[in-house]
Design a protein. Structure first.
Length: 718
């Protein structure tokens, strides 16, 4: 075996053994980040290392994992490859299994969750077992590929597949903690969930039908508007295209419920529209806006930018030479658009429809703000957990309904696109793209203008509300709200951050930044693993990632709450569970970006690097990573923005010590402090906009392919 291979085995085995001796075996009440002095590693049960637990606190079975690490360390120098592989597989995977069993089976003392010692040793043993598989010929004998595949499978299983299945399983358990179909049906098979009273003249339908109907409306409106905005920017030749590029992504960099809050400023009983109607027509105040109409408007404003960004990317990827060929054959611009361009947009349209549906199903902020009496599944799940009833089984059963809706639409989208290929020749070799025909151009410009003006007006109102005393009653300019949130005073020769929002803002930025780095790096690694390698379990890994994308964030957050509150992974109420939720919620998108980037990099570069003697890891870091910078930066931005602005995923996970910006805002809205809420939203808008602008200024366009310039079009006859 080569020297680097022996060194890798020795380092991982030594790391596991050292962690067993010098790191706390269990997680402590002070969190994983607590520092323990050497004396603390032996003096107290909760902070003791694995070695101290085994020798001083009567847990000798822990020595099995330590012995497995030592056996692997001894096997690193073995010359017989077969014997070395057998020891690594048996000791690595066998030791990891013993560590897990010991954590699940009660022993001496209270059961506690994994700490740094247990987690590090478990990870090291899994890697060593993967090295043994590679030594037996799996993964083409490559140690790095084998370790990456095994760790990825274990992590996805532990933090995506297991919590989702285990969390949903609670929904089918009866009061005796045994599976009961009758109990599950009693929770969801009732009039409140599936009632069709609105069809027969009643004012309300069941919550499930409400959610489905709202999701369909939002999906259609966001996909249509997103497509029109993309066409106007890239194919209209109008100056409005520049405005679309700047303003259309604006709601993307704000929490999704800001749209609902802004609409409240305009259409509430004390909003601008109602005040105007009362002044002009002597109309009385009403709450007509709250309900389906308000929810649909809020979600349309909030989620149209996502559809626009999807359709913009797909439209940029269409090879203009295909349209040029149709025009050469004397097809009219309208015919070319219908029969060439739009069919090539089908993958993007299907993806935009899916994303719009999932975003609407998972949305929590807008329904809680403007939903009124129009109940949806996300709010029902929330109140089942935090309400007076505190029924975890009902929450999990409702999550089943939400997940089945989402998975059903996901499978429908996959069936629409299927295995058909829509790839074309390299766009750099094509000609100028086709301009929109007049019959399409005028409606697209009108719809885009109305949407941009309305969105800009709403967000101007939202920002303005941060600088007046009380919107709708007292428009006196003030900085009082911002001062309450972000006040800084001098104390004892230093600065003291005394504002109400500093704690939640700093926590949000810290956790979102950490999650963004983890998401970008792990996303590219998984994309390389899935795109450049064939191995057993690859399809299952892809399916798990797709499940993490298709399952609404509300279900994922609920599953984490129900599952990770007991050993061996006891992290509920900590910052770690929030970071993990951020990570796995954004990971499928990061993997998608990385996969698309890897497909644009010729495999011959990998092969040339390996022929010249570079290892797989060195090839990935020094050859491929520089070419994947746009995908890496795109993943960083997406994950950071999504983590800062999300609310539905983390609404069950935050505590008073781990409060985030979005949950702080929702709490202030619930208390009627709209000025505080809008001031915080304005700060987030400015912060995230400056971040994205700085990234674009530093690195330019993040697309790998050549961007289509709106001024270059085919016009007239060929």
């Amino acid at each position: 075996m080569s020297g680097p291979g022996r060194r890798a085995i020795s380092l991982w085995a030594a790391a596991g053994a050292v962690a067993f001796v010098l790191l706390p075996w269990y997680s402590t009440p002070f969190g994983l980040g607590a520092v323990h002095l050497p004396a603390g590693l032996a003096a107290d049960f909760e902070t003791a290392s694995g070695l101290a637990q085994a020798l001083l606190f009567r847990q000798p079975t822990l020595l099995i994992g330590f012995g497995a690490a030592l056996a692997c360390l001894c096997a690193a120098g073995a010359r017989d490859a077969g014997r070395q592989a057998a020891v690594l597989v048996a000791a690595g995977f066998g030791g990891a299994l013993c560590v897990m069993v010991q954590a699940l089976v009660p022993g001496n003392g209270p059961r506690l969750g994994f700490g740094w010692g247990a987690a590090t040793l478990l990870c090291a043993l899994l890697v060593l077992g993967a090295f043994g598989l590679a030594r037996r010929g799996a993964y083409k004998g490559d140690l790095f590929t084998s370790a990456a595949a095994v760790l990825a499978a274990c992590i996805l299983g532990a933090f995506v597949a297991y919590p989702l299945l285990r969390g949903l399983w609670v929904g089918v358990l009866g009061e005796d903690a045994q599976p009961s179909l009758a109990a599950a049906m009693a929770r969801v098979g009732n009039e409140r969930i599936w009632g069709l009273g609105c069809v027969g003249g009643s004012s309300h339908c069941g919550v499930a039908w409400n959610t489905l109907f709202l999701a369909v409306l939002t999906t259609l409106s966001t996909t249509l508007l997103g497509t029109l905005l993309a066409l106007v920017e890239l194919r209209s030749g109008s100056r409005l295209g520049s405005a679309v590029r700047v303003l259309a992504p604006l709601p993307f960099v704000t929490p999704p419920f800001v749209a609902g809050l802004a609409l409240v400023l305009v259409f509430d009983r004390s909003g601008l529209v109602n005040q105007l109607f009362e002044w002009l027509f002597d109309f009385s105040h009403s709450r007509w806006f709250y309900g389906l109409l308000g929810l649909w408007l809020a979600q349309t404003v909030a989620f149209t930018p996502v559809s626009y960004l999807i359709m913009r990317g797909v439209l940029q990827g269409i090879n203009p030479s295909l349209e040029a060929a149709a025009r050469t054959l004397r097809a009219t611009p309208a015919y070319t658009l219908r029969r060439i361009t739009l069919p090539l947009l089908l993958p993007g349209l299907a993806h935009a429809l899916l994303v719009g549906f999932l975003e609407s199903m998972a949305d929590f902020g807008n329904p809680i703000i403007v939903g009124g009496q129009y109940a949806v599944l996300s709010t029902e799940i929330f109140f089942a957990i935090v309400g007076a009833q505190f029924d975890q089984g009902r929450a999990a059963a409702l999550a089943w309904v939400l997940a089945l809706f989402a998975l059903g639409v996901f499978m429908l989208q996959r069936a629409m696109v299927g295995s058909r290929q829509f790839a074309s020749i390299d766009p750099a070799m094509g000609s100028r793209p086709l301009a929109l025909p007049p019959a399409w151009r005028r409606p697209a410009l009108l719809a885009s203008t109305l949407w941009l003006v309305g969105t800009l007006a709403l967000y101007l109102c939202a920002v303005s509300a941060a600088f007046v005393e009380v919107w709708g009653r007292d428009y006196t300019p003030t900085l009082r709200h911002l001062t309450r949130l972000f006040d800084v005073v001098r104390e004892g020769g230093g600065l003291a951050f005394t504002g109400l929002a500093w704690a939640s803002l700093l926590t949000t930025l810290k956790l979102a930044g950490l999650a963004a780095v983890l998401t970008a790096t792990s996303g590219l690694l998984l994309a390389w693993l899935l795109e450049r390698n064939a191995f057993p379990g690859r399809v299952a890994m892809e399916f798990t990632l797709l499940g993490a994308f298709a399952i609404p964030g509300t279900v994922l957050g609920l599953s984490y709450t129900l599952v990770f509150n007991a050993p061996p992974i006891e992290i509920t109420g900590t910052t770690q569970v929030i970071v993990l939720c951020f990570l796995f919620r954004s990971l499928p998108v990061a993997v998608g970006m990385g996969t698309a980037a890897f497909r644009q990099v010729n495999r011959s570069l990998d092969e040339a690097s390996r022929v010249l003697g570079a290892s797989t890891l060195r090839t990935l870091v020094y050859v491929l990573l520089p070419l994947l910078r746009p995908a890496l930066i795109g993943s960083l931005i997406y994950s950071f923005v999504r983590s800062v602005t999300t609310v539905s995923t983390v609404v069950f996970l935050v505590t008073a010590e781990t409060e985030l910006a979005t949950t702080f805002i929702i709490g202030r809205v619930g208390q009627g402090e709209y000025g505080i809420a809008f001031a915080y939203c304005a700060a987030l808008i400015v912060l995230l906009s400056l971040l994205i602008a700085a990234v674009h200024w530093l690195v330019g366009d993040l697309a790998l392919g050549r961007a289509v310039r709106p001024s270059h079009f085919q016009r007239g006859a060929p």
